[in-house]
Design a binder for this molecule. Structure first.
Ligand SMILES: Nc1ncnc2c1ncn2[C@@H]1O[C@H](COP(=O)(O)OP(=O)(O)O)[C@@H](O)[C@H]1O
Ligand SMILES: N[C@@H](CC(=O)OP(=O)(O)O)C(=O)O
Length: 478
């Protein structure tokens, strides 16, 4: 039994025309696969709008402003429904109104109390997907495709880390197969909300911004899908963000390792956690374009054939802070690194990159901009004795930096990749603040100032064309 899980992102459901495209794609997919599951994000921009409404409610207490923002969202959804539906139009509009009333009630509580809990934030943030899933399922039915919407809060069981929840896979698998199995057997296409889940106690959670890709992979793993296809607004994973490097082109094949590095270091096209559920089961992932569905896109599998040229793609992540802990007295003193990272963890900051001087006289690491000052305060407390004794001279902070990452499994064992990357960066007169290369040897990361990041991406991207490294005879890369 071949089952395909497809996910459509915000732009793919962002207008009546895009939803029509989705339904045409789904109709075709249903002819070539035994079963098809559709996972949808909120209409483009809706999650941001929902988060904005609740923040306005909390910070201004302005009931009229909140009501106006709700009316705007209601109108947008009603307009789309008006264009797409006929017989079910009134019923679906009523369902959307019900969900937006739920939002209004939650916002009113926030407005009156002036307090916004993480739970409330997740209940509101997930409403966009709950609206879009209903619209998409009804549109499929309108076109004669048997379809039914499902809230993933009834399928994906998560921990209670609101805004950043993770699935509990055994419980998720049990619920998903029990609920969707009989539906699929009846030939019905489930249209499932991306982005959301719920705790065992039934409290709604979200999987983190951009998390609908991950939802599709989680459902794919739970249902033992043959493949998971992520439909977006570009032809596949490209050699760079096309908004930064207009000459970027689609990469036909990537390994799980390569896409993990790209996604982790800022390639927005795929949520970094999407790989996790599929990699263990070896389920291929494909990234395709809703607006150009005949393009084969990018396929992501365990091993890829080596390419001529070691660098396959380059990406960047912005708005970061680099913190450096340095001092001659650190040399050979055990435990400084552990205490440094312990202090960072206590502030709940995630470290994107670490680099340590081989002399052990400094450790530097990069974290997102927000919260960096708290991390430095925490480090000052943790390392107070060493600072007092002058074993540590400085705990310095450099805000507004970016990490540029060049990715390609073929760089393993290939001499001179770092040299070419640094030459390209040097030729562009960009100063490298720090470097790191993971043990996978699949990526090289450079820290540069934020205002030189785009030029750095373009300079390294130019290498992906020039590369003529003799990589043809290497074994498949992971
Ligand atoms: N390496 C890359 N390849 C393709 N797209 C990329 C890359 N890096 C960044 N992007 C951006 O990611 C966007 C798609 O991600 P996103 O907007 O989250 O889509 P969706 O709403 O479909 O989930 C593309 O429009 C593109 O601008
Ligand atoms: N709607 C959510 C989840 C998501 O994944 O959206 P998209 O597929 O449009 O990136 C968000 O904006 O974060």
């Amino acid at each position: 039994m071949r089952l395909l899980v497809t996910k459509f992102g915000g732009t793919s459901v962002g207008s009546a025309e895009a939803i029509r495209g989705l339904t045409a794609i789904t109709t075709t997919n249903r002819t070539t696969w035994d079963h098809v599951v559709v996972v949808v994000s909120a209409l483009s921009g809706v999650t941001d709008k929902l988060l904005n409404i609740v923040r306005v409610a909390q910070t201004t207490g302005d009931a009229a402003a909140v009501a106006a923002l709700h009316a705007e969202l209601r109108q947008r959804h009603h307009d789309v429904i008006g264009e797409l539906l006929d017989a079910e139009q009134a019923a679906i509009q009523a369902e959307i109104d019900g969900l937006l009333d739920e939002c209004a009630r939650l916002c009113e509580g926030v407005r009156v109390l002036g307090e916004l809990t993480p739970r409330t934030l997740d209940a509101i943030a997930g409403l966009g997907e709950r609206m879009s899933a209903r619209i998409v399922a009804a549109t499929l039915r309108h076109l004669g495709v048997p379809a039914q919407h499902f809230d993933a809060s009834d399928l994906i069981v998560t921990d209670d880390r609101y805004q950043d929840a993770s699935p509990l896979m055994p419980e998720t698998t049990e619920r998903t197969t029990a609920t969707l199995g009989p539906i699929l057997d009846q030939g019905i296409t489930p249209v499932v909300t991306g982005f959301i889940g719920a705790t065992l106690a039934g409290v709604k959670t979200t999987l983190g911004r951009g998390g609908s890709d991950w939802s599709a992979a989680i459902l794919g793993a739970a249902l033992e899908a043959s493949e998971v296809w992520i439909y977006t607004d570009v032809d596949g994973v490209m050699t760079a963000d096309p908004r930064i490097a207009p000459d970027a082109h689609v990469i036909s094949t990537l390994s799980y390792n390569e896409i993990s590095e790209l996604a982790y270091y800022g390639a927005k096209v795929l949520h970094p956690k999407t790989i996790r559920p599929v990699v263990e089961r070896g389920i291929p992932l494909r990234v395709k374009n809703t607006f150009n569905p005949s393009h084969s896109g990018t396929v992501i599998v365990g091993k890829t054939e080596p390419i001529v040229g070691a660098i396959k793609a380059v990406t960047a992540i912005h708005n970061l802070t680099m913190i450096t802990v340095a001092g001659r007295g650190m040399l050979g003193v055990p435990g400084i690194a552990a205490r440094t990272f312990g202090a960072v963890a206590r502030e709940d900051a995630s470290i994107l990159m670490i680099s340590q001087a081989s002399s052990e006289q400094s450790i530097c690491f990069v974290i997102p901009d927000g919260g960096a000052k708290r991390v430095v305060e925490s480090l000052n407390q943790e390392l107070a004795i060493e600072l007092e004794r002058r074993d540590i001279d400085t705990i310095a902070l450099e805000e507004g930096v970016s990490i540029i990452t060049a990715v390609g499994a073929g760089m393993r064992g290939t001499t001179g990749v770092a040299k070419r990357v640094f030459s390209a960066i040097g030729d562009a007169e960009i100063n490298v603040i720090a470097i790191a290369q993971g043990s996978s040897e699949c990526a090289i990361s450079l820290v540069v100032s934020g205002d030189s990041a785009k030029a750095g991406v373009r300079a390294i991207h130019a290498l992906t064309y020039r590369e003529t490294i003799n990589a043809q005879h290497r074994p498949p890369c992971e």
